[in-house]
Design a protein around this ligand. Sequence first.
Ligand code: RP5
Length: 164
Amino acid sequence: MKKAALIMGSDSDWDIVRPAAETLRKYGVPMEVHIMSAHRTPARAGEFARTARENGFGVLIAAAGKAAHLAGALAAHTTLPVIGIPVCSPPLGGVDALLATVQMPSGIPVATVAIDGGKNAALLAVQMLAIEDVSLAAALDREREEMAAGVEKKDEKLQQELGK
Ligand code: RP5
């Protein structure tokens, strides 16, 4: 299976990135997790993206806050899919990072998830890798079934509480 790269702009992003790492681990996706910055370590970030395909990666996830150029900067150096996680930080609450991540110029896409959407970023990466991996696709199907069953159970409980 191809690896997923989980890159964050700062160690202060780890709380948001951790659920992504846990989700990738749950699905048995091999991963590397690194701190790299579009602004503080631009050469290292560019080199990582440039060599990602030959190093066995299938997808890159990038989390950054404030003027969040990390996902876009990585995407500039690879044609692997790049998923961006805008990270919430003061004083603008993550809207700054959301706009910086999502508003990519035509030609260099970044698949942007919600502010602090670490889990969904990982699930999207798993779905991409599952295109070529039937057992991963089956695991995703099972998870969806469990999720649906959980919602139905909550609805039953609610109906009981309402006396119906
Ligand atoms: C961004 O600036 C990082 O991704 C982080 O979200 C934010 C603040 O970084 P620190 O000042 O906490 O290192 O580059």
